[in-house]
Every structure is written in C-alpha cells, then in structure tokens.
Design a binder for this molecule. Structure first.
Ligand SMILES: NC(=O)c1ccc[n+]([C@@H]2O[C@H](COP(=O)([O-])OP(=O)(O)OC[C@H]3O[C@@H](n4cnc5c(N)ncnc54)[C@H](OP(=O)(O)O)[C@@H]3O)[C@@H](O)[C@H]2O)c1
Length: 346
C-alpha cells in the first residue's frame, strides 16, 4: 500500500480543506484509490510551522485556531513559518502549495515550487501565479528532476478542466475554448439580471463571501486573464504571457444593457477565450460578451463556472461546476495526487 507523505505550504482555506479531507477520507482512499496520505509538515506565514516525520494528526490540524503563531501550541511546532525547512527537509514526497496568488510575479509561491522540484519532490498547487507566469520553466524543471508538477485546481477549482482536456480530449483536436471562469463576476451579472444594480450585486457577492473586499481582480477580468493564459498554454501549446491577453471586465455594463439583452433573448457574460488562428498563432481575450440564450454558456448562472472546448471532432464540449470553495479546491489537490499515483504505474 502506497503512503504519500505530504507537506502543506500555506494553511488557509484550501490546505485546511485538504487536511479535512485527509481526516475524513484517508481510510476510504486506501480502498478506493489504493493509497493513503500522511501530512508530515505544514507551514503558514500567519500560523507558523511544524514538521513531524511520523505524521501529524489531520483532525488536530483542522481544529487549530486561526491565531498568530498557533502551530507553537502543538508539540514540535513553531510560531515562525520555516518554509524552506518544511519544503526541503520534512521528508515529504509531495508539496501541496496553496499560498496566495501573486498576479505580478507569482512569488513567493514560484520559489516554493522551485525548491520542491529541485529537491526531487512532486508539487501539487492551486495557485494560478506560478503557472500563469512561470509555467514553462516549472514544467521543464519538473521534467528534469523526474517529478510531477500538477495544478488542476488553478482553473475552476475541483471541476475537471485541465486534465479533462489534456487527457480525455486528446486527439479530438482542441482548437480553442471559451469560459465563464470567475464565479464572482457571473454572480454579479446574474443578480443584475434579477434587477440589482452593479454596486448592490457586488455588495451581495461580498456578503456571501464570493467577492474579496477589493473586487477589482474579479470584476475587471484580471483573475480570468491568468486562467486564460494557463488554459491557452496548456491546451493550445501557446506561449502567451499575461500581457498578450486583451482584458476588460463587467463594470461598464449597466442595468439597462442587461434589460435590453434579456428582452432580446440574450445574456451578458464575462468570457475568457482563446482560439488557434489559421496561421497557427493563438489569440486570447477576456471581455464581456452578449451571448444568445442558445449558447452553451448563456444558461450558466450564479457563482458556477463553465468552459466550452471547441474541438474539431466533437464540436463544442462543455463542462460546468464549482469554480471555488475550500473543499472543492482541496479536491483538486487530491485529483493531482491521484494523477501522480496513476503516472507512477499504480
Ligand atoms: N479558495 C478557493 O476557492 C480557491 C479556488 C481556486 C484557487 N485558489 C487558490 O489557492 C490558493 C490558496 O487559497 P486559499 O483560499 O486557501 O487562500 P488563503 O485562505 O488566503 O490561504 C493562504 C494562506 O497562505 C499563507 N501565506 C501567504 N504567504 C505565505 C508565505 N510566504 N509563506 C507561507 N504561507 C503564506 C497565508 O497567510 P497570511 O494569511 O498570513 O497571508 C494564508 O494562511 C490561492 O493561490 C488561491 O488563489 C483558491
């Protein structure tokens, strides 16, 4: 029976969610997936760090209070975040990287990924920054060190998108995609269709925990732009940088625009898309588009995400599901570990 030793880098919503899954499901994974998971280290800027080569009690980790330096309360724990020690010297086979997304330079998460990969340790991450900004370099580093670099949760959290397109649609000739890749902006547009103003809809999204205190990245398309870069580079072999993707958001859409669209049997959606052009280049954008209600993405409402792949052999193939949530995103980490397990011949 395989036991994967995992170190968690960042212990906010997602990795705490992952610890919850370990606490609840490890015995079941033994039967259904053929492996178990042992958490051998955790590090977090706010909570501190801890290493236990014999394994930490996942239930105890989940119950840890969100207090500055809280890991110091556990035997062997420390109030300081010794990231490098936990990543390189906890004895982990896999690092689950879930610190904050830095859309400017991908740091410090990119450095964390490099440390692990260079040390011959697999990386699973939900963080868009390292992939959108340094994906090619990190993938090459992983290949050189014969380890995996997996990031299913970076786009649409646990809803299978990257691996689905890469594996299940291999040979179907994916020519492009269009997606609703940000739940907050879709929620806002849906509420506006129900009569709310833009500002009131954003406020409601904040009250429900969908939107950040500063909703700019969600409503101006910056979050979607990172996901478009990831998907285009992954599925269309593009080599796009963030600055290659034209980007606008939904803040200029008025209640009147929405009402007019509804009267005409159409819906406004924030669409991230990329297409292979006749000359082989890839063109990508993020923009609000007016979709006829017959379009596969027009009926996607609320915080739900969806992506429609344009394939030569099957036409449009559309998948929808949650695009956020701590357990939903933690599931993506599990799916990455399953992929590592499968690739190692199990
Ligand atoms: N939550 C979702 O639904 C979702 C969905 C898809 C992708 N993601 C991505 O997954 C990642 C994690 O999300 P989350 O919701 O778990 O975020 P979160 O709740 O903000 O947790 C991130 C944790 O990482 C810690 N951290 C920040 N910088 C660090 C550093 N230098 N060293 C060690 N720890 C550090 C933070 O500590 P401080 O609080 O002190 O900064 C925080 O505890 C993000 O990149 C996010 O974009 C999240």
């Amino acid at each position: 029976m395989t036991e994967y030793k995992i170190a968690l880098v960042g212990f906010g919503g997602v990795n705490r969610g992952f610890a919850q899954l370990v606490a609840d499901c490890n015995a079941e994974w033994k039967e259904s997936l053929g492996f178990t998971v042992k958490i051998v280290g955790v590090t977090d800027l706010f909570l501190g760090s801890i290493v236990a080569k014999d394994g930490l009690d996942a239930k105890q980790l989940v119950a840890l209070p969100v207090e500055k330096g809280a890991f110091a309360q556990l035997p062997g724990g420390n109030a300081e975040a010794f990231n490098e020690t936990v990543i390189k010297h906890s004895g982990a086979d896999i690092i689950a990287e879930a610190t904050f997304t830095n859309p400017v330079d991908g740091e410090p998460a990119t450095t964390f990924c490099r440390w692990a990969l260079e040390s011959g340790i697999h990386v699973v991450t939900t963080n868009k920054g390292p992939i959108a900004l340094h994906g090619a370099e990190l993938k090459a580093l992983a290949r050189r060190n014969q380890v995996a670099f997996e990031y299913e949760g970076a786009v649409m959290s646990g809803t299978p998108v990257i691996r689905l397109a890469r594996q299940a649609l291999a040979g179907a000739n994916v020519q492009g995609f269009e997606g609703i890749l940000n739940g907050t902006s879709n929620y806002v547009l849906t509420q506006m269709k129900d009569g709310l103003t833009f500002n009131d809809a954003v406020l409601q999204a904040q009250q429900l925990g969908y939107a950040e205190a500063d909703p700019t990245a969600d409503v101006e398309g910056f979050d979607v732009r990172l996901k478009v870069v990831i998907l285009a580079n992954e599925l269309l072999d593009a080599r796009l940088n963030v600055s290659d993707v034209r980007c606008s958001g939904i803040s200029a859409i008025s209640a009147q625009d929405i009402a007019q669209a509804t009267a005409n049997g159409a819906s406004w959606k924030l669409i991230g898309s990329a297409d292979r052009e006749a000359d082989g280049s890839v063109r990508a954008s993020v923009e609000a588009r007016l979709l006829p209600n017959s379009h596969p993405l027009a009926g996607i409402v609320g915080a739900t995400n969806a992506v429609s792949f344009k394939t030569a052999l099957l036409g449009a193939v559309t998948v929808s599901g949650p695009g956020a949530g701590r357990i939903e995103t933690a599931f993506a980490l599990l799916s990455d570990i399953v992929a590592i397990h499968t690739a190692s011949g199990n």
